[in-house]
Ligand binder design. Structure first.
Ligand SMILES: Nc1ncnc2c1ncn2[C@@H]1O[C@H](COP(=O)(O)OP(=O)(O)O)[C@@H](O)[C@H]1O
Ligand SMILES: [Mg+2]
Length: 510
């Protein structure tokens, strides 16, 4: 077959394959257009999770009647004033969304600007113009999308259940609403109101947090830390949840670059690293973080749905996010410490526990018993942290004579007084108005980890030479990776050398 240019309709359908993955993608594109148009109130209506019907109405600037047809053509945009891709300030710029959506659905565009005394309605079916006539509408725009993917039925087969698709829609609306707090956004699904997010009237932390709380649907507002940091021309603001508030996935991690919601691997990994010392690997903190960078150091044109970005200097971004979060978390240490076993254990008062079996799991050498842990904590504490633990030590003397406890003293210990031990593993402590459970095995691991960490910082890690070096068999690539890091491992007390292609020999350990 001869080479030929594809017709516009086919080109648009190809583009739609990337831009419009599912109904939620349509909602995202339409909502972003409304925000770019300066809307203060946006109403979204979906039926059958958007598969049957999506309607987005805004009170934005509207589209002039003589530009409506152009808006539906590929690469037609009003958002790149100097055709400069290095200076993108609005959410749109590719001019692809409307023609893509129109090519795979039945679309009505109704719009009116402030200088026009009437609205116009343009109808497109599967990319073909069907009608253009006067209509009734306030200043602003309504876009209706019916029978999505009717023109490309193969795509319909890839859609998930109604529930899943609806969750994607709600998620997209929430993410965009987070970055546009002044805009009132309402979402109806099958005649039921799902979201009602009034725009904030005052631009202060309280109003913003109350909006975030409505979006997260949790008590994030009273369990978060304010983040406000700057490095070079880049600033990071927003809120980071205490480590005690966590989820099983990253859907409560809202990250924005210049007001654009992104699901970017680099940014997610920064959050993970910052919380690494406070949260288990499989738990995710809640965050709403806004990165503001000069437009010329970020490339948003790397993903058709603009979900990812590239930074020209990732070091600055990584450094800023990780240090700002870590700093906030360490300052909030004791608020955050409810999830940190070591602090929990150290801050409890164990010696009000007369006659309780306090043996650790004998089979496991790491499961030191409770007294041993307590002793090693007290021994290993640096002087500035002793204050937190001192009461426990002091109480040791008292309880030797007196096994009762004074309930008034509960308040003296940030994490209460130990009351019992369960399964020879969990220590249950009582605070003034709650209980705290500490896994002493995890606490001990944490203790060893903290010790090694502080030794690494002080460069005083003691290594012990193994009488019989240990050979560990691994995959070839794993050996390579490990050996690349051998200097770093040495500072952590681990001396390894390659041993053939698929094993390493461990000579010294911490
Ligand atoms: N809700 C809206 N209000 C005002 N103008 C709009 C709206 N939606 C789309 N437009 C106009 O249509 C153009 C094309 O939209 P779109 O295809 O989404 O591309 P982009 O947003 O990348 O410019 C926009 O540049 C804008 O001028
Ligand atoms: Mg757009």
């Amino acid at each position: 077959m001869k080479i030929r240019l594809l017709p516009d309709k086919t080109v648009n359908q190809i583009a739609a394959g990337e831009v419009v993955e599912r109904p939620a993608s349509v909602v995202k594109e339409l909502l972003e257009n409304s925000i770019d148009a300066g809307a203060r109130e946006i109403n979204i209506n979906v039926i059958d999770a958007g598969r049957e019907y999506i309607c987005v109405t805004d009170d934005g600037c509207g589209i002039p009647y003589d530009e409506m047809e152009l808006a539906l053509q590929r690469h037609a945009t009003s958002k790149l004033p100097e055709n400069n891709l290095n200076n993108i300030r609005l959410l749109g710029f590719r001019g692809e969304a409307l023609p893509s959506i129109a090519s795979v659905s039945k679309l009505n565009l109704i719009s009116r600007t402030s200088i026009s005394d009437q609205a116009w309605k343009l109808s497109i079916i599967g990319g073909n113009k069907e009608g253009f006539s006067p209509a009734a509408h306030n200043i602003g725009t309504t876009i209706e999308v019916k029978d999505l993917f009717f023109a490309t039925p193969a795509r319909l087969k890839f859609l998930k259940t109604l529930r899943t698709e609806q969750k994607h829609v709600v998620d997209v609306v929430k993410r965009i609403a987070m970055a546009s707090p002044i805009t009132t956004i309402k979402l109806m699904a099958d005649g039921r109101q799902i979201l009602n997010l009034p725009g904030i009237k005052e631009n202060n932390d309280r109003s913003i947090l109350s909006r975030i709380d409505k979006i997260f649907g949790s008590d994030f507002g009273s369990n978060c830390l304010k983040i406000d940091a700057k490095r070079e021309d880049v600033s990071l603001t927003g809120f980071a949840g205490l480590p005690t508030l966590h989820k099983t996935n990253s859907s409560y991690q809202h990250l924005f670059v210049n007001g654009r919601s992104v699901r970017d691997k680099l940014l997610f990994s920064c959050v993970r690293v910052a919380y690494r010392d406070f949260l288990a690997n499989d738990r995710f903190p809640l965050v709403a973080l806004f990165l503001d960078v000069p437009p010329d150091i970020v490339d948003v044109n790397v993903h058709p749905a603009k979900a990812e970005v590239r930074f020209s200097d990732t070091g600055v971004i990584r450094g800023l996010i990780i240090s700002a979060l870590k700093h906030a978390l360490s300052i909030a240490g004791h608020r955050a410490s409810t999830s940190s076993s070591i602090a929990a254990l150290g801050a409890t008062n164990p010696y009000v526990l007369p006659n309780l079996p306090l043996h650790g799991r004998q089979t496991n050498s790491h499961s030191a018993n409770y007294h041993e842990i307590q002793r090693s904590i007290n021994n290993s504490l640096s002087s500035d942290r002793l204050e937190l633990y001192q009461p426990s030590a002091k109480n040791e003397e008292n309880t030797a004579k007196d096994t009762g406890y004074d309930s008034a003293s509960l308040g003296d210990f940030p994490l209460g007084a130990a009351r019992t031990q369960i399964h020879e593993t969990y220590i249950v402590a009582q605070t003034e108005d709650g209980i705290i459970i500490v896994d002493q095995h995890a606490a001990h691991e944490r203790l060893v980890y903290e010790e090694i960490k502080s030794d690494i910082e002080k460069k005083t890690v003691n290594r012990q030479c193994l009488l019989l070096p240990e050979i560990v068999n691994l995959e070839e690539w794993q050996v390579e990776k490990l050996c690349e890091q051998s200097d770093e491992l040495k500072t952590a007390g681990l001396l390894i050398e390659p041993f053939g292609k698929s094993s390493v020999i461990v000579r010294e350990i911490p």
